[in-house]
Design a protein around this ligand. Structure first.
Ligand SMILES: CC(C)(COP(=O)(O)OP(=O)(O)OC[C@H]1O[C@@H](n2cnc3c(N)ncnc32)[C@H](O)[C@@H]1OP(=O)(O)O)[C@@H](O)C(=O)NCCC(=O)NCCS
Length: 152
């Protein structure tokens, strides 16, 4: 059972959205949404990832780590887990949009092998541009990890 209020509290802490509960509840109510959660001892929900598999591509929609738990590898772990999981199910690429000024998220995605493939001008409601980033799940970084840890 997903702790929707717990996930919404992370989203609110990260994005400051008042409507976080409604937005997230709507997303999580979609049966095809893939949500993966990192819990710390004491049942604290520390980070989560959400995305959809569309054909052979995994679209990452949200990744967020509670501010006081950031820079401990939680988002990287969740992303690696999800990418390995969808690869095992047949996905061969992953893509996402990220705000141009979100250096932390871009750093995370680059660290997992994503590259900028396009820009979407004034994509967000506040007029900020989006960068479209994509990662081949057959690329060298993931392939190298699978060679070490094996396919799941
Ligand atoms: C982006 C975010 C999810 C990263 O979560 P995290 O758990 O702190 O990330 P990790 O500790 O797993 O970091 C993995 C790598 O990402 C990169 N990274 C993470 N935070 C970074 C930052 N602030 N600046 C630059 N690179 C960063 C680094 O390469 C890092 O590896 P390193 O710590 O060995 O250098 C987190 O900053 C966050 O929740 N931000 C607000 C929500 C958000 O903007 N989400 C993305 C859009 S939906």
């Amino acid at each position: 059972m997903l702790d929707v209020p717990g996930l919404a509290s992370i989203e609110r802490a990260c994005f400051g959205r008042e409507e976080a509960d409604d937005l997230l509840a709507a997303e999580l109510s979609r049966g095809w949404a893939r949500v993966r959660v990192a819990e710390l001892p004491g049942d604290e929900v520390a980070a989560f990832l959400d995305g959809w598999v569309v054909a052979d591509e995994f679209e990452v929609h949200f990744v967020a780590t509670r501010p006081e738990r950031q820079r401990r590898g939680l988002a990287a772990m969740l992303l690696d887990f999800a990418l390995d999981e969808v690869f095992a199910e047949g996905a061969r690429s992953s893509m996402l949009e990220v705000r141009r000024d979100n250096a932390a998220a871009q750093g995370l995605y680059r660290s997992r092998g994503f590259e900028v493939v396009a820009e979407r001008r004034r994509y967000y409601d506040d007029g900020e541009d989006a960068l479209v980033m994509r990662c081949s799940l057959e690329g060298s970084l993931l392939a190298a990890r699978r060679a070490v840890y094996g396919d799941r």
